[in-house]
Design a protein. Structure first.
Length: 103
């Protein structure tokens, strides 16, 4: 969590500490067991896949896998960003999202 900065890491740690431990473990197990790859081709709406080049929480190979599996999707990799890119690279995230939405 050091890439988040101390303030954000403390906030996230506090947020997680306030949750029911059994529920959090159950949610984590379900998340790890979930595999949507076989259903990606069923997505029929415009899809923007945004990835962070330095994300340590979600491996980089997931983004191209999603992009390749979703027909007509657009892939954008935000260089230098980590998993907290909506906070650390918010201007670039908003820009690519606006471009995708045609705003």
């Amino acid at each position: 969590m050091k890439q988040l900065g101390k303030e954000r890491a403390d906030w996230l740690t506090g947020l997680m500490a306030d949750q029911d431990r059994t529920l959090m473990v159950s949610a984590w197990r379900e998340t790890m067991a979930f595999d949507s790859r076989r259903r990606l081709a069923e997505i029929g709406c415009p899809t923007l896949v945004v990835a962070a080049s330095k994300d340590q929480a979600v491996p980089m190979h997931h983004a191209p896998m999603l992009h390749d599996g979703i027909p007509g999707s657009q892939l954008v990799i935000i260089d230098g960003a980590d998993h907290a890119l909506i906070w650390t690279h918010s201007a670039e995230f908003v820009r690519v999202t606006d471009e995708f939405l045609g705003a």
